[in-house]
Design a protein around this ligand. Structure first.
Ligand code: ATP
Length: 513
């Protein structure tokens, strides 16, 4: 655990030191669970957003984009169920005065049982080698079976209690499992209470006439209320999707995991409208498609897993998370939900406007079903960033820190470095810079020794360094250094753009999808 904590601390400090993420309003000691994206962070974030957007909107002819406002009519949130049911069950520890999400405490306990089972499975795999059958082992080994069935029993009981609002039983479960406060080790808990996560605000100048509004807690509702507008003006035929990225706000109870759980964050959501009865087919389709999108970034297949929900939200008939192996363990990165016709029907009822789709081929009208894919941009950032940060020991025993970001997402694609600040080398370097920057973010750096400049670019995650030396003036060639392998190649200046493009252009990632 200590090691995990250290890795996570490194991630947070590296993000600050190399201009990726700063605490919000830091000169006033920051604002809890709110962060600013710095000069490199904003580029990485933009590239992740772009990769998502293009894979949705550009690569699917039946998906279009939208940018709805953050402020929406307050009835939206009544219809969506957020006013009545967007609650988290919270519990306080009386000794440490720390506040927790009761469901997260229980889920963490269940995950520990899962890890114990996994440890046994890993040991057995080592013992039995190639002939090992994991499924058979899980269903026959008494110890593994006990861990897994206890985990299932706990999660099912929690799901039932939350479903029926039996908060006393949620507390009873915490007590029976003897869950202690992670800060103080105390088991002295308050009762479990519901807490609404929406931020309220006011619209209007005078106190009497002001209208109570909410900052949107999800981007999805902006899509639902525009369903007919988009369908009619875009002449969209079912099945079709609407994609949107944008800020969402939640007054999270526990927000202590850097950008994993923020109070102001960004979502990338796509709502796919389908014919009723076909939703499970599309649900499976989007589960596979979204996992492939993640895998295309090359962060390692074993770092992802699906988690099918035992407790379904009030609007869903199936739901799964894609979980990622963050520095603090496997946690939700993306949600894929079959939302039925709940949202469109609810908005129809609350607005009094008919929200239906007329199918020209069958001559009938119906309320479409919806399959949603929803991924947090900030969580995606954390997944990419934390997975890429590595400390390496080199052959000569020295160490280097490298941020091996997927090249297509890197903030700066190449750094042009004149070996010395004289003899016409800066001039040639700037000429190269001028050409390459027509396509990508490229930077110029002439300060410090070349070795120091390489290390700095490694730490920022720049995939290429281009070094201009005295020979360059005569042979029109430069040294191209690859970040991950540190390989150095002599290449002609005229070939640079093409070589770099092969590595950094998103289109090569799209080809794998
Ligand atoms: P969690 O269970 O972790 O609170 P959720 O199930 O409430 O998440 P959704 O409502 O399904 O999350 O939102 C979709 C996605 O938005 C999540 O998969 C996550 O990536 C992102 N997200 C949700 N809440 C936050 C937050 N507070 N900070 C950053 N990202 C978030």
């Amino acid at each position: 655990m200590a090691k995990q904590d250290d890795i996570f601390k490194n991630v947070v400090s590296h993000a600050k030191e190399y201009g990726y993420i700063f605490p919000s309003s830091e000169i006033y000691d920051g604002l809890s669970a709110v962060y600013d994206y710095a000069q490199n962070g904003v580029e990485l974030k933009k590239n992740i957003r772009e990769y998502w957007w293009q894979s949705m909107v550009q690569m699917h002819e039946n998906i279009v984009g939208l940018d709805a406002a953050i402020l929406m009519h307050p009835t939206t949130w009544k219809a969506s169920g957020h006013v009545d049911a967007f609650n988290d069950p919270l519990i306080d520890n009386k000794d440490s005065k720390k506040r927790y999400r009761a469901d997260v405490l229980i889920e963490d306990y269940a995950e520990k049982l899962n890890q114990k089972a996994q440890k046994e499975i890993d040991k057995a795999r080592e013992r039995f080698g190639a002939s090992f059958d994991e499924e058979q082992y899980k269903t026959t080994n008494p110890r593994v079976m006990e861990y897994l069935s206890k985990k299932k029993e706990i999660l099912e009981r929690m799901a039932r209690s939350l479903e029926t609002e039996n908060l006393a039983d949620v507390k009873a479960l915490i007590e029976e499992l003897e869950i202690a406060c992670p800060e103080s080790g105390s088991k002295n808990w308050t009762d479990v209470k519901q807490f609404n996560l929406m931020f309220g605000t006011k619209l209007g100048a005078s106190a009497e006439n002001a209208m109570d509004l909410y900052l949107r807690p999800e981007t999805a509702q902006g899509i639902f209320v525009n369903f007919l507008n988009v369908q009619k003006t875009g002449r969209m035929k079912i099945p079709f999707g609407i994609a949107q990225t944008g800020k969402a706000f939640r007054n999270e109870i526990v927000a202590r995991q850097f950008i994993f759980r923020m109070r102001e964050f960004e979502q990338m959501e796509m709502q796919f409208f389908v014919k009723p009865g076909e939703e499970m087919k599309w649900y499976e389709y989007w589960k596979t498609t979204r996992l492939n999108w993640h895998l295309s970034l090359g962060l390692g297949k074993s770092n992802y897993r699906f988690h099918d929900h035992e407790k379904l939200a009030h609007y869903a008939n199936a739901a799964a998370d894609i979980e990622f192996n963050f520095p603090f363990g496997f946690k939700e990165l993306e949600g894929i939900h079959s939302r039925t016709d709940f949202d469109l029907k609810a908005h129809e009822q609350h607005s009094g406007k008919k929200i239906q789709y007329f199918d020209n081929e069958t001559n009938e009208s119906y309320t479409p079903y919806v399959v949603e894919t929803s991924v947090g941009l900030d969580r995606m950032f954390l997944a990419v960033f934390s997975n890429s940060l590595k400390e390496e020991v080199l052959e000569d025993g020295s160490e280097r820190v490298v941020l091996s970001l997927p090249a297509a997402l890197a903030p700066i694609k190449a750094a042009v470095l004149p070996l010395v600040k004289k003899d016409g080398l800066p001039e040639l370097a700037k000429e190269i810079l001028k050409k390459l920057r027509l396509d990508y973010n490229v930077m110029y750096e002439e300060k410090d020794t070349i070795g120091k400049r390489y290390r700095r670019m490694d730490a920022i995650g720049t995939p290429f360094c281009i070094t201009v030396d005295h020979d360059s003036l005569n042979d029109n060639s430069v040294t191209l250094r690859y970040r991950d392998t540190m390989e150095q190649k002599r290449v002609n200046i005229d070939e640079l753009a093409q070589i770099i493009d092969k590595e950094v252009n998103m289109k090569y990632l799209f080809e794998q999808l």
